[in-house]
Design a protein around this ligand. Structure first.
Ligand code: HEM
Length: 295
């Protein structure tokens, strides 16, 4: 089989569906057992990502893949890097649950689950402050693939993912007048249009993809989580560039120019990890680009 048969994981470019789960795993057994479990795994429509600690434990290396180190003071963004992350998205909660059980079963006992967050689609792809999320995503097809999938080199067909679970503290946000809320995001909630006069603190000004060019486009598939008491957003982004997410987070935290993202007055990151999503060969995870020693 040649390298040309490698395919990106279909779950990376695929638009998320109505129900989902984000699961994180720690290494619980021998790295060789984790390697065997991963190499035999067919992710189907789900996404499977490997953290730098797991790649290193298996004796491999992915150029540019970092462990998530805390960003900012406080810190603004905590690092809770895990060995492995999976993202399930399915048409309904039953299908998502069954798929999550399948993946967790295939990874056990070498990888044990330490985080599991039920995700859902809210209204017309709005996050729970009420704003449409994903509007500036590259269109599905070649542009989305170019943004999210590594084009060449040993890990071609793979993708670099970032995921963070944000808890919302939306009381103050909802007390703002509509124009004040729009200024936090930088988009008009009623029309979805970007504000011409968005302040420098607006979220879309902090993350504007032109600023990170070339290769500054991220494919985001974030989904809401939680209930009426505790809720927020599982931020999920894919990029062909290993460090794009960190650069965006540093700019949100004000490390670049001292200007902090206004969104951070209303949301708190509880977790944060970076993961490499290997390509598939014959439908199974292809670990050949990780430079692993002979099995
Ligand atoms: C709770 C956390 C977050 C919320 C509620 C949120 C929400 C939003 C919303 C409503 C938009 C405008 C519509 C759109 O283009 O999608 C947006 C844009 C964007 N966000 Fe976030 N976001 C969050 C975290 C992040 C993080 C952590 C990153 C990067 C690591 C990020 C990257 C982006 C990018 C790249 C854009 C498009 C900017 C552009 O117009 O070029 N977001 N976000």
């Amino acid at each position: 089989m040649t390298a040309t048969a490698r395919q990106p994981q279909p779950g990376v470019p695929r638009a998320h569906e109505a129900a989902g789960l984000s699961m994180e795993f720690d290494l619980a057994g021998e790295p060789a057992a984790a390697r065997r479990a991963l190499a035999g795994l067919a992710p189907g429509g789900s996404v499977v990502g490997l953290g730098a600690p797991l790649v290193a434990a298996m004796g491999g290396h992915v150029a540019g893949l970092e462990s998530f180190a805390a960003i900012g003071t406080g810190p603004v963004f905590p690092g809770t890097q895990r060995a492995c992350w999976t993202f399930v998205s399915a048409a309904d909660p039953s299908a998502a649950f069954d798929e999550a059980r399948r993946l967790a079963g295939a990874l056990a006992p070498a990888l044990s689950m330490v985080e599991s967050t039920i995700l859902f689609r809210y209204r017309n792809d709005r996050e729970l402050l009420g704003y449409r999320d994903g509007l500036a995503n590259p269109p599905a097809g070649p542009e989305a693939l170019a943004a999210a999938i590594v084009a060449e080199g040993p890990v071609a067909g793979g993708s670099f993912a970032v995921t963070q679970r944000y808890l919302y503290a939306p009381g103050a946000f909802h007390r703002l007048p509509p124009a004040g809320r729009d200024a936090v995001i930088g988009r008009d909630n009623a029309t979805d249009e970007e504000l011409d006069d968005a302040p420098d603190t607006a979220h879309v000004k902090r993350t504007e993809q032109e600023h990170f060019a070339p290769g500054g486009t991220m494919l985001r598939h974030s989904m809401p989580w939680g209930d009426a008491r505790r809720h927020g957003l599982q931020f999920i982004g894919f990029s062909a560039q290993p460090n794009l997410a960190r650069r965006m987070l540093e700019r949100m935290a004000g490390l670049e120019d001292g200007i902090v993202d206004a969104l951070l007055d209303h949301v708190v990151a509880e977790t944060g990890g970076y993961y490499f999503c290997p390509p598939l060969l014959d439908g199974k995870l292809d670990l050949s680009g990780l430079g692993l020693p002979p099995a």
